[in-house]
Design a protein around this ligand. Structure first.
Ligand code: SF4
Length: 100
């Protein structure tokens, strides 16, 4: 079962689960080994995500909320359930609502 099936939303980033996984892996690779041009594009995308209602910290809940004072955050796009850090660094990824 793909995450888009769980969320009930079609995901532009995945024709199937494997395509989405490959894009997220590409995004994490670009996070670990930063390229200046990709980082520039990722910063623009992250700014657009920062003001989006679908951007949520998945640690901000009753169970893991105690981690918040430690400054830990895992921002996720709740439109497609992709981690924002990886999604913004996957050059083939698209915003589900065309904000970038
Ligand atoms: S990818 Fe698009 S829909 Fe998702 S959080 Fe960013 S701006 Fe919002």
């Amino acid at each position: 079962m793909t995450l888009s099936k769980i969320s009930g939303q079609p995901c532009k980033n995945c024709g199937n689960g494997k395509g989405k996984l490959q894009r997220i892996i590409e995004g994490w690779k670009n996070y670990i080994f930063p390229d200046p041009q990709i980082e520039l594009k990722a910063k623009y995308r992250a700014l657009r995500c920062a003001s989006c209602d679908f951007n949520r910290d998945i640690l901000d809940n009753e169970i893991t909320g105690f981690l918040k004072p430690l400054g830990l955050m895992i921002p996720v796009c709740t439109k497609c359930w992709c981690p924002i850090e990886a999604k913004t660094r996957s050059m083939d990824a698209e915003c589900e609502i065309n904000r970038w």
